[in-house]
Design a protein around this ligand. Structure first.
Ligand code: G3H
Ligand code: 13P
Ligand code: NA
Ligand code: ZN
Length: 328
C-alpha cells in the first residue's frame, strides 16, 4: 500500500536501519525493486526525478508505482518526488498522488545555480505548508553535493551545481541544519558530506574513509527527530564496470561510496539512501552481456529480463546491508 515517507522513516529510526531509495523510470526497474523487497521483506521507497517524468511521462510513472502497490499489497511503499525544483513542481506531484516530495532549494530552479540559505528556507517552508496539509512528507536539502577533493558537483544532468563549490557549500553545517529545520518543518533532510551524483564520484579506490561521517553524527545530534538523507550513494560496483567495458562499453575508471561507509552513516542517523547509478550500471552491463552472448536473439524481453535480474540482485544486497530486510 502507498504510505507517507515519514511513517517509513520513523519506523527505520525506531528500529535503527536505513532504507535505500531507488530512482525509477520504467517497468523493469520497478519490478526489480519490488521483487527484491518481496524476497527480503523490506519496506520500499520508489522515487521519480524530473528526468523520469520527462522520460516516462507523469501518467506512466505514477501508474507504474501504483501498479507496484497493487501487485504487492503487503509491502508499504512511499511514492517520492526526487529533487523537486520549485514549490509548483512539488504541488503538482502532491496533486498527482505522490506521498512524499523533495523540495531541493539548495539550487535555484535551473538545478545549477547554488541558492542562498534564505531562498532555500523560504521555498522549503512553503512546500511543507502545502504538503503537510495533504498528509504528504517533505525532504529538504541543505548544502551542495560535490566532491570534497575537487569541488565538482558530478556528472548528472539536471541535478548538480555548475562550477567549483567551496568547502563551506560542500559540507552541511550542524547549526545551520538546526535553524533550517526550525524554519521549515521538514521531515527529512538531505545533507552534503562528500557524496556527489552520478558514476564519477572518486578517481581513486577508496582507502578508509571517504565520507565525513563525523559530520553526520554532529548533525544528527542537533536534529535527532529529522531523518537524514544521503544522496549520491551509489557504490559504483567494479564488477559491473568491468562487464560494461568487457562487452563493448567505454566507461572511465571510477569509484563510488563503499557500502560499509553508508552503513556507518546509518549508525549515525541516515535513514534514506538515494541510489540511481548502481541500477543503471547493472542494467546496462547485463544488457550488453546478454546481447553479446545471444547474437541471434531479437526478443527484447530476454535482455530486459537479464537487466531486471541484475538490478534485483543489487536491490537485495542493499536491503540486507542497510538492515531493511525483515522490516516490511
Ligand atoms: O539525482 C539524480 C538522479 O540520479 C536522477 O537522475 O535526472 O537523470 O533522472 P535523472
Ligand atoms: P547516485 O547517482 O549516486 O545513484 O545518486 C542518486 C541520487 O542521489 C538521486 O537523488
Ligand atoms: Na529525494
Ligand atoms: Zn539526488
Amino acid at each position: 500500500a502507498l504510505t507517507s515517507m515519514r511513517q517509513l522513516l520513523d519506523h527505520a529510526a525506531e528500529n535503527g536501519y536505513g532504507l535505500p531509495a531507488f530512482n525509477v523510470n520504467n517497468m523493469e526497474q520497478v519490478k526489480a525493486i519490488m521483487e527484491a523487497a518481496d524476497a527480503t521483506d523490506s519496506p520500499v521507497i520508489l522515487q521519480g526525478s524530473a528526468g523520469a517524468r520527462k522520460y516516462a511521462g507523469e501518467p506512466f510513472l505514477r501508474h507504474l508505482i501504483e501498479a507496484a502497490a497493487e501487485a504487492y499489497p503487503h509491502i508499504p511503499i512511499a511514492m517520492h518526488q526526487d529533487h523537486g525544483a520549485s514549490p509548483a513542481v512539488c504541488a503538482r506531484a502532491i496533486q498527482s498522488g505522490f506521498t512524499s516530495v523533495m523540495m531541493d532549494g539548495s539550487l535555484h530552479e535551473d538545478g545549477k545555480t547554488p541558492a542562498s540559505y534564505d531562498y532555500n528556507a523560504e521555498v522549503t517552508r512553503k512546500v511543507v505548508e502545502i504538503a503537510h496539509a495533504c498528509g504528504v512528507s517533505v525532504e529538504g536539502e541543505l548544502g551542495c553535493l560535490g566532491s570534497l577533493e575537487t569541488g565538482e558537483a558530478g556528472e548528472e544532468d539536471g541535478v548538480g551545481a555548475e562550477g567549483k563549490l567551496s568547502e563551506d557549500q560542500l559540507l552541511t553545517h550542524p547549526d545551520e541544519a538546526a535553524d533550517f529545520v526550525k524554519a521549515t518543518g521538514v521531515d527529512a533532510l538531505a545533507i552534503a558530506i562528500g557524496t556527489s551524483h552520478g558514476a564519477y564520484k572518486f578517481t581513486q579506490a577508496p582507502t578508509g574513509k571517504v565520507l565525513r561521517i563525523d559530520r553526520v553524527k554532529e548533525i544528527h545530534e542537533r536534529i535527532p527527530t529529522v531523518h537524514l538523507v544521503m544522496h549520491g550513494s551509489s557504490s559504483v560496483p567494479q564488477e559491473w564496470l568491468e562487464i560494461i567495458n568487457n562487452y563493448g562499453g567505454d566507461m572511465g575508471q571510477t569509484y563510488g561510496v563503499p557500502v560499509d561507509e553508508i552503513v556507518q552513516g546509518i549508525k549515525h542517523g541516515v535513514r534514506k539512501v538515494n541510489i540511481d547509478t548502481d541500477l543503471r550500471m547493472a542494467s546496462t552491463g547485463a544488457t550488453r552481456k546478454h546481447l553479446s552472448e545471444n547474437t541471434a536473439n531479437f526478443d527484447p524481453r530476454k535482455y530486459y529480463k537479464a537487466a531486471e535480474d541484475a538490478m534485483k540482485q543489487i536491490c537485495k544486497d542493499r536491503y540486507e546491508a542497510f538492515g531493511a530486510a525483515g522490516q516490511a
